[in-house]
Design a protein around this ligand. Sequence first.
Ligand SMILES: NC(=O)c1ccc[n+]([C@@H]2O[C@H](COP(=O)([O-])OP(=O)(O)OC[C@H]3O[C@@H](n4cnc5c(N)ncnc54)[C@H](OP(=O)(O)O)[C@@H]3O)[C@@H](O)[C@H]2O)c1
Length: 324
Amino acid sequence: MIPIPGCDVTMPVMGLGTWAWGDRSTWGMDGYDPSYGFDTIRGAYARAIAAGVTLLDTAEMYGNGESERIIGRLLREDTANRDRVVVATKFMPFPWRVPLARALMKSLRASLERLGLPFVHLYQIHGPISFRPARAVAAALAAPYRAGLVKAVGVSNYSEGEMRAIHGALAAEGIPLATNQVEYSLLRTMPETSGLLRACRDLDVTLLAYSPLAMGRLTGKYGVANPPPGKRNFSAFPMAEIEPVVAELRRIGAAHGGKSPAQVALNWVMCKGAVPIPGAKNAAQAEQNAGALGWALVADEVTALDRVAKFGQRGLFNRVWQHG
Ligand SMILES: NC(=O)c1ccc[n+]([C@@H]2O[C@H](COP(=O)([O-])OP(=O)(O)OC[C@H]3O[C@@H](n4cnc5c(N)ncnc54)[C@H](OP(=O)(O)O)[C@@H]3O)[C@@H](O)[C@H]2O)c1
């Protein structure tokens, strides 16, 4: 478990991403994926929690609030475990959401309502798109932190420079920056090569790695003949370019008693000191991903994977191109 700075809560070394929960256009719920629905989500949740994967990452944007609603329903049902679950959600600071502090508080209250919770453990700024100075963003986060509505605060899609600025602004408010959530996988090593990961270590900020399976592309189930369905924009390289990476994941997984490509890809992220938050739509996926825990690649295997890894594509919110 990893302490979350700013509160007495700890998080596991791997979490569960819930963007797909309630999402139609990208992930096909009530759409292109007929095998996927609330019952399979319940299975994913139960298997993850049983394996100790108790960090759930969501956002007000996911499924237009549906992901938070689904988590609320699952937590209401799961009286035995709900106190162990660490919930992280996000505020999207669109420039037109003014005044920022009031807009953030209103959004947070709506998220809490959907989640059915009195507070969230981690509240993240979804991207550096507010066009407000870091001190204004820090002040907006400080109010719910002081009111106990959020136990810790984080950011997402922030470059090293943006992260250092918000870290300093929050420090002036007496609040630690707990996390920076960015796209980090074998198909996007940019957070490492840009220096962001090192800066996170220096500042005691945990890097949460989103799309650590490159939106399913690193699981080995997709290929040139069957590319992933839906509009999956992150790490959208042609499958022919991804196949050598998956082949290396398979080779290394075989040396570990048959670990799957997904398990090796997630283990690689953890070996780098980041916390992956892979999405799962059903129990089998959650169970397989939990199999990334409890063992570690050796240094030569990490190096072999580094050799086939890709620098990556520009991030959604990346205005300066070099961010992590
Ligand atoms: N902060 C941000 O801007 C941001 C952006 C993106 C994501 N995120 C967060 O990061 C989380 C994870 O990223 P992601 O969901 O984009 O992508 P991901 O974790 O790389 O991939 C998840 C998808 O891969 C497939 N999958 C997962 N495990 C599998 C397994 N063991 N075997 C076979 N298929 C498997 C599933 O989709 P299929 O079965 O349909 O292939 C699943 O929905 C999100 O849920 C969200 O919480 C944050």
